[in-house]
Design a protein around this ligand. Structure first.
Ligand code: SF4
Ligand code: SF4
Length: 246
């Protein structure tokens, strides 16, 4: 399926965090309490109430000059989402769905998920995205602003971004844009590359090793059916005997 995709050109990001605020505003998510931790990344991490987070990474370059990388983190909307596979294998049939038109991976907050099952779902995500609220027993993450996109609007983060970092459109269009930009940058930045481009709908362009941006910027393991998911699928009949959870 062609579907939609984001193209996130990290070389243009100024870490203004407009995308973070726009996400909160559109999704009516409350602010979370925070404190000064000696850096500019704020809040500290993604949460049930924070779907989009600009990660800050600062380190000393080989020339002795400080380097600062910004990584506007969010769900990658995997083409074959391991989170969905494992949720289904655990008996949560309707907890995670995939929109047939856009390919957006959507968490259904009406489905109550047990905390230990959530841990397995989170573990299956190669990008450390799913978050949980124990009070509501619900999961949350980026929705691709499906309510906006299905009405012909851009996701709120893309609409807000003033630098051209955040882009959104048909996946083939985003791939073409990403490859064109990569070609332009290669001469100056030989390490420039696209992250997991074949498997996801949130395509990041970086100019250095992905770990320098964020530990989970790039998938650590294979995408698609992981060993854990395959195992769960094998025991699915046993899980079903105990009843469908959602
Ligand atoms: S990035 Fe993680 S949460 Fe998002 S679709 Fe992929 S596996 Fe699921
Ligand atoms: S709005 Fe754009 S430039 Fe500002 S932090 Fe987000 S991605 Fe970066």
């Amino acid at each position: 399926m062609e579907g939609k995709a984001f193209f996130i050109d990290t070389t243009l990001c100024t870490a203004c965090r407009g995308c973070q605020i726009a996400c909160k505003q559109w999704n009516q998510l409350p602010a979370t309490e925070t404190k000064n931790r000696g850096g500019f990344q704020n809040p500290e991490d993604l949460s049930f109430f924070t779907y989009k987070l600009v990660r800050f990474s600062e380190y000393m370059g080989s020339d002795g000059k400080p380097v600062w990388y910004f990584f506007p983190d969010q769900c990658r909307h995997c083409i074959v989402p391991p989170c969905k596979d494992i949720a289904e294998a655990l008996g949560y049939k309707k907890a995670i769905t995939q929109d047939a038109v856009t390919g957006a991976v959507l968490f259904n907050q009406k489905v109550k998920v047990q905390a230990d099952d959530f841990e397995e779902i989170k573990e299956s995500c190669p990008f450390n995205i799913p978050r949980y609220d124990p009070k509501q027993m619900a999961m949350a993450k980026c929705t691709m602003c499906i309510d906006r996109v299905s009405n012909g609007l851009l996701p709120a983060c893309v609409k807000t971004c003033p630098t051209g970092t955040m882009n959104f459109g048909d996946r083939s269009q985003m791939l073409a844009m990403a490859n064109k930009r990569l070609k332009e940058l290669k001469a100056q930045y030989p390490k420039a590359h696209l992250l997991n481009v074949e498997d996801i709908r949130t395509i990041f362009l970086v100019i250095d090793d992905s770990e320098k941006y964020y530990e989970f910027a790039k998938s650590h393991g294979p995408l698609g059916i992981t060993r854990l998911v395959a195992m769960k699928k094998l025991i699915r009949p046993l899980v079903s005997l105990s009843g469908v959870k959602g």
